[in-house]
Design a protein around this ligand. Structure first.
Ligand SMILES: NC(=O)c1ccc[n+]([C@@H]2O[C@H](COP(=O)([O-])OP(=O)(O)OC[C@H]3O[C@@H](n4cnc5c(N)ncnc54)[C@H](O)[C@@H]3O)[C@@H](O)[C@H]2O)c1
Length: 313
């Protein structure tokens, strides 16, 4: 029996749980939230789609009752506040650090062997906080941001190419922030061929820029941060782990010399399997990409510094 817990049954958490159930990724999915009745209500609503959509996963919800999450294989943390239009992800740190830390500690009491997927923002810093405060091996702490940003990159690429998003490949590495993420345009392909065969340098630059502000564009349209793609990206990462898919996905992970960085969690390509991070893949970055990664890591490190200021570390 496989079990996944999603903490935070808001927009992202509920969508993630819904995708996990619909795709029958786990036998059991538990949602937990602090808001009385919300997880229970959403779980019941989703269970009433089981017959319509034809899935067998059991979904339950609970209000802050961690005993219900016991023996989860993977736990997903989405609890915290999302950004509003005009806000950066980094501005959320004061509130979200306290929430993420206490939620992670509570989860581990009941699921000591779980792999932890962090989604709450600022995600790289929240992943670093989990790594530093929980004392777990680094393969079990995974920040989800690159899966989403890469999916957005592929969307904008497909729009520019006039094709289906499944026809293109591309990855986004670096920090999960509007100015820190790095769409790897040089490595992106359309049917295995470099995109430079099909798009002008200006168009490629435009795609990269749209990707970087992809989250902010949606926040402007929706009045709060997006949830369909973030929730699906969370479920995608959980599935790769739970089903031991050995998928290559950019995730925020602890770096110990890889990409020239230490004492940081930042987005790099990793192989995801049953142990969480099975391997960090080092790409042959050129000088400009290396400089962009260093600048990105420096920016993430600066935000991490605020963890001490807010008393979280
Ligand atoms: N990493 C990414 O790619 C990515 C993408 C989108 C959103 N996010 C982040 O995910 C987080 C959630 O976004 P959202 O849109 O779902 O927000 P939301 O407000 O819809 O949901 C958050 C939920 O967390 C709950 N919560 C708060 N404190 C809690 C606690 N201590 N224990 C349990 N639950 C608690 C709230 O009651 C709420 O239901 C935000 O921080 C957002 O910035 C990350």
């Amino acid at each position: 029996m496989s079990k996944v817990t999603v903490v935070g049954a808001g927009n992202v958490g509920a969508t993630c749980a819904n995708v996990l159930a619909f795709n029958e990724v786990a036998d059991e999915v538990v949602m937990l939230d602090v808001k009385e009745g919300v997880s229970e209500g959403k779980a019941m609503d989703m269970m009433q789609t089981a017959q319509l959509l034809g899935f067998d996963t059991t979904l339950t919800g609970c209000t802050n009752d961690y005993a219900q999450t016991a023996d989860s294989d993977v736990v997903v943390i989405t609890s915290g506040i999302p950004r509003k239009p005009g806000m950066t992800r980094e501005e959320l740190i004061g509130v979200n650090a306290g929430i993420v830390k206490s939620v992670a500690e509570n989860l581990l009491k009941y699921s000591p062997n779980a792999i932890i997927v962090v989604i709450s923002n600022p995600m790289d810093t929240m992943t670093y906080l989990a790594l530093k405060s929980l004392g777990l091996p680094k393969n079990r702490i995974i920040g989800m941001g690159g899966a989403l940003d890469s999916s957005r990159f592929k969307y904008f690429l497909s729009q520019a190419l006039g094709c289906n998003a499944n026809e293109v490949e591309g990855m986004v590495i670096g920090g999960h922030g509007d100015t820190t993420m790095i769409p790897l345009t040089r490595f992106a392909t359309y049917k295995g061929l470099p995109i430079s065969n099909f798009l002008s340098a200006e168009k490629i630059e435009e795609v990269a820029k749209s990707t970087m502000v992809g989250g902010a564009t949606l926040t402007g349209l929706l009045g709060t941060s997006a949830w369909y793609a973030p929730g699906a990206a969370g479920a995608f990462v959980v599935e790769a782990i739970l089903h031991n898919q050995m998928k290559l996905v950019p995730c925020s992970v602890s770096l110990e010399g890889e990409y020239g960085e230490t004492d940081i969690c930042c987005g790099v390509p990793v192989i995801l399997g049953k142990n969480g991070i099975e391997k960090i893949v080092e790409l042959p970055l050129d000088e400009a990409e290396k400089a962009a990664f260093k600048a990105s890591a420096d920016a993430v490190r600066k935000v991490n510094g605020a963890l001490k200021e807010v008393g979280a570390l």
